[in-house]
Design a binder for this molecule. Structure first.
Ligand code: COI
Length: 369
């Protein structure tokens, strides 16, 4: 318990960078003054946690991450409430998932409670970077890279666990307006038994080509299963939901789909509202036929970065399926309002999903040495 009170050692910068204007905020281009770092070596385990000025890393060119991509990451956000409190949304789930990804990538597990403490301390220190405007937040990117200088193909014996922070606006240019998504028939993101369930850079590298060849105006691609190219898996940076004939359907977790924190929250909310929700295999043909029959009421993506993103146009085999007349549907809107309401502390949180972060004043730290 006593250990719980202790601060992670901090080396603070004397002058802060300029904070961005709310209307200039994009996703993930600006970073705060400080970052968290911790090292791993096979003889010492995870050690030397510290908060230091945000700056480039010195990593050996032979570090294994550059060659074989052994890395994992997470994405979460800190929100400023109208009362100027800072909230995190279900952060334990991110570190649980990070350890799941670690296991798949042969990276040693982290202490999930300690990682949460590190996030809270870093965010508490950088509180002034959390933007106030509607729809903005402080994106938190914890990640681990393999750093052993070695070119043999094997799990690295050295790692760095790093947390950086970025004040962000909407992930898509469209904001909460419906996006256009193309169904990908040729390229695949991953297959069962691969790394699809892990949050690792390689999955995203593998996704770039399809995005590059997609038409103008396509926000992201929708992936089909890697074997039959028939069943829907997920969209680039989000899980996906379809409302068909009053029921909300999302692909069941099958080993190649990322278990999204927002995905789980959407399912919990729908159940709470007694809206029928099914996690099952769903083929693109079923979505197409339901569109033809007029029973495809809504489609939307869900993810930390994107929150809830309605899909207004789904392009498959050069055919455009316009969904809900290209407008945001009632379910997507209700989910967006409720999730963001809980995240920004504007509505009651019946699930205990949010956690408070205490501010850490730099002046207090300096004064106390
Ligand atoms: C997130 O939603 O946090 C993600 O990790 C998506 C990211 C690849 C932008």
């Amino acid at each position: 318990m006593e250990e719980e009170q202790q601060l992670i050692p901090m080396k603070l910068c004397s002058s802060g960078k300029e904070k961005p204007q709310a209307d200039q905020l994009e996703f993930g281009r600006i970073f705060t003054d400080h970052m968290f770092l911790m090292d791993y070596t096979d003889d010492k385990g995870w050690h030397d946690p510290r908060i230091v000025p945000y700056e480039p890393l010195t990593v050996d060119p032979s570090a294994m991450v550059f060659h074989y991509g052994q890395s994992v990451f997470e994405g979460m956000k800190a929100y400023r409430t109208p009362d100027d409190e800072i909230l995190l949304f279900r952060p334990q789930r991110n570190f649980k998932r990070m350890n799941h990804s670690n296991s798949r990538l042969c990276i040693p597990p982290i202490d999930e409670r300690f990682a949460l403490k590190a996030v809270k301390q870093l965010v508490g220190l950088e509180k002034d970077w959390i933007p106030e405007a509607e729809g903005t937040s402080l994106y938190i990117r914890p990640f681990i890279i393999s750093t052993e200088p070695f070119l043999g193909v094997a799990p690295s014996r050295h790692y760095k666990f790093i947390i950086i922070l970025s004040p962000v606006g909407a992930y898509y240019e469209e904001g909460i307006d419906p996006v256009k998504i193309a169904v990908e028939n040729d390229y695949v993101r991953t297959v069962k038994g691969g790394t699809g369930e892990a949050k690792t850079g390689g999955n995203y590298a593998a996704s770039l080509k399809a995005q590059e060849v997609a038409d103008e105006g396509i926000a992201q691609v929708l992936w089909l299963d890697g074997v039959e190219r028939k069943y829907i898996e997920e969209v680039g940076s989000m899980n996906v939901f379809f409302k068909i004939d009053g029921k909300v359907v999302t692909p069941a977790l099958n080993g190649s789909i990322l278990e999204g924190v927002t995905r789980n929250s959407v399912i919990e909310l729908l159940k709470h509202w007694d809206v029928p929700v099914e996690e099952r295999k769903i083929s693109m043909e079923e979505v197409y036929q339901s569109h033809k029959a007029g029973t495809l009421e809504e489609a939307f993506g869900a993810g930390t970065a994107a929150v809830i993103s309605p899909i207004g146009d789904l392009v498959w085999n050069h055919e455009h399926l316009e969904i809900n007349s290209g407008k945001t549907g009632v379910t997507a809107k209700r989910l967006y309002d409720t999730l963001t309401g809980i995240q920004y502390g504007k509505i009651q949180d019946p699930f205990d999903w949010v956690e408070k972060v205490e501010e850490i004043r730099q002046s207090t730290l300096r004064a106390s040495g």
